[in-house]
Design a protein around this ligand. Structure first.
Ligand code: CU
Length: 270
């Protein structure tokens, strides 16, 4: 009897987790984005890395939303709109932001805003301000949203992905303590959801990190016709002890994507 009750409770929580996962709309308009300097960007080198000198190097936010420029580095930096070649354009300027300092800016018009660091001109980034109700499709500059939910099933973890578009081709990788516990490549999502089973269970000390990389949207075998964003579209840290965790907002090319994790708190005992 007791087992049945625990199971029902678990199913209920799994459903709640699923509901949270399927309602990512609140994140669709990018009301807020935080940009930090790459650690050590006071010395040249970051411009050679994939991440760039400001992270994310292309940040997307809604018109009227908030861009938080947070200096988490040990050196002082500026976020100055304009380009190193042409100088400041006067749209925004943090002036010298000391370590730990932060500055907020809210775009009032849609557009692309390049910026750079006055102290370290190899540091450049772009903010994209999107008008409200911007095209939500995977092709030409729309966005692909992937949410990640997890539930614990039979001593393992089930990862459920919810896609904002059909026919997303993707790779999914999960690691725990540096070890790969799930790696599936060239997956094709016929439906708006897909599930993956992991034998491991995450814990506070030993979370499972999940990463979903988009390969493009379209029919399998017709790679040349695939559209939409490619690159990392969602990451999540699976820690059963905690409630919903939004891990990271990653931008992909000119498109920004949101990851949402929902979790179940119930650990079934069998
Ligand atoms: Cu700097």
């Amino acid at each position: 009897m007791k087992t049945i009750a625990i199971c029902s409770l678990f199913v209920l929580f799994a459903m709640v987790a699923g509901l949270v996962a399927t309602t990512p709309a609140a994140y669709a308009d990018h009301p807020e984005v935080t940009i930090v300097p790459a650690a050590g960007s006071g010395a040249p080198g970051c411009e050679e890395t994939a991440d760039g000198c400001y992270i994310p190097s292309t940040a997307t936010v809604a018109v009227g939303g908030t861009v938080i420029m947070s200096n988490t580095d040990t050196a002082a930096h500026t976020y100055t709109s304009g380009t190193p070649d042409n100088g400041p354009d006067g749209i925004f300027d943090t002036s010298l932001l000391m370590a730990g300092g932060s500055f907020e800016w809210s775009p009032t018009e849609a557009g692309e805003y390049p910026y750079f660091c006055m102290v370290h001109p190899w540091m450049v980034g772009t903010i994209i301000a999107e008008a409200e109700g911007a095209d939500d499709h995977g092709d030409d500059g729309g966005e692909l949203m992937v949410s990640i939910a997890d539930s614990q099933v039979m001593g393992g973890t089930q990862i459920e992905l919810t896609f904002s578009e059909l026919h997303v081709n993707y790779d999914i990788t999960a690691t725990q303590g540096g070890e790969v516990v799930l790696q599936e490549t060239n997956q094709h999502a016929m439906e708006s959801t897909a599930t993956h089973q992991i034998d491991a269970v995450g814990s506070d000390d030993n979370p499972i990190d999940v990463e979903v990389v988009s390969l493009g949207i379209g029919a399998p075998g017709a790679e040349a016709d695939w559209t939409g964003p490619t690159g990392t579209v969602a990451t999540a840290k699976v820690v059963p002890e905690f409630g919903t965790i939004v891990m990271m907002v990653l931008t992909v090319a000119i498109i920004s994507i949101v990851a949402v994790t929902a979790k179940s708190r119930v650990i079934p005992r069998f």
